[in-house]
Write a protein that binds this ligand. Sequence first.
Ligand SMILES: Nc1ncnc2c1ncn2[C@@H]1O[C@H](COP(=O)(O)OP(=O)(O)O)[C@@H](O)[C@H]1O
Ligand SMILES: [Mg+2]
Length: 323
Amino acid sequence: MKRLKVALLSGGISSEREVSIKSGNQVYEALDRAQYNVIRYDPAVDLGKLVADASSIDVAFIVLHGPYGEDGTVQGLLDLLRIPYQGSGVLGSALAMDKWTSKRLYKEAGLPVPPFKVLSTGQSYDAKALASEPGFPLIVKPRYGGSSIGTNIVHTMEGLPDALDMAFEYGPDVILEAYVEGTEITGGVLGNDDLQLLPIVEIIPEAGYTFFDYGAKYREGATREICPALINKAFSDIAQSCAATAHRALCCFGYSRTDMIIHNETVYVLETNTIPGMTPVSLFPLAARTAGISFSQLLDRLIELALENRHDYPNEPGPKRPI
Ligand SMILES: Nc1ncnc2c1ncn2[C@@H]1O[C@H](COP(=O)(O)OP(=O)(O)O)[C@@H](O)[C@H]1O
Ligand SMILES: [Mg+2]
C-alpha cells in the first residue's frame, strides 16, 4: 500500500508557538510510519516550501494553536493548495478563534454563556457599571487567543487597568466576563456528519491556581485531569450535548473540544478549540483514550476524516491539480 505523504505543520507565529512545537513533536513520533511519510513544516519559515511541495502532499496535519494557525488562515492556504487537512475549515476555525462571535452563536443555539462585555483599545469604560454587570470577580481575556495567555482574574476595580493592559497586548478587543465559580470540564467530539461524543474530562488545578491558567495548563503535575469526570451522569450528558451543539453552532468539522464550567445546575460554555492540544497527555487525547481510542488511532481517525474533505464549503475546490 502506498504511504500517504503527510505535511505536519507546527510552530507558527502565535504566542502558542512553544506549545505547538511540543505537540508537533509528539504527533511526529506517534504517526504510524507504515502508513505515512511525514514531512514537517514550520509556517514561521516554511510556507514557500509548503507551496512548492503542495502537489505531492496527500494530507496536512495542522498542530498550530492560536491566530495564524487555528483561525482559518492556514486552512485557507491549504484550500487554495488543494491539500486536505484535519478538523475545521476556514469558517469554523475563524468563528471558534473569535471568542466574541462564538458567544453570540452559542447564545443563538440556546447555550448558556457567562454575562460579558467587550472593550476595544482606547474605548473608555465605566468601572462602576462593570462592577454591577458583569460584576466582580471578572475574567479578562483577549478576544482572539488561547492557552489562557493574556487572561487574568480581577477581583476589584483597582485590578482592572493592569488586566486590560495584559489582554490588549494580544489584540485590539478584550472580553470581560463574569467569573463563574464551579467545576471546570471540557468535552470533545469526533466525526464529520455523525459526531462521537467523547467522555467529559474534569479539570482540577492544584491549590494555588485560581483558574486554569498557563502554568496550570503546562506545568507538569499542576492540574488533575480526570476522565470520565466525577460529575453525575445527568451533567455529563448535558455537557456532551453542549459540546456537540457548540461544535455545530460554530460550523466546526472533524473534531473540537469545548471548555465549560458547571455552576449550580447550569453548564456554562466558555469556548471551543478547533485544534486542541495534541500531546498524548492533552485533554482531547485523554478523552479519546478513555473511549478506547489510542493516540495513534486518534491520529489515523483524524486523517481519515480529513480525507473525506467535508467542510460544507459551497464550491468544493475539486481534484488537486498542479499549481
Ligand atoms: N467566565 C469564566 N469563569 C471562570 N473561569 C473562567 C472563565 N473564563 C475563563 N476562565 C478560566 O480561564 C481559562 C481560559 O479561558 P478560556 O475561555 O478557556 O480561553 P483559552 O483556553 O482559549 O485561553 C479557563 O480554562 C478557565 O479556567
Ligand atoms: Mg480554554
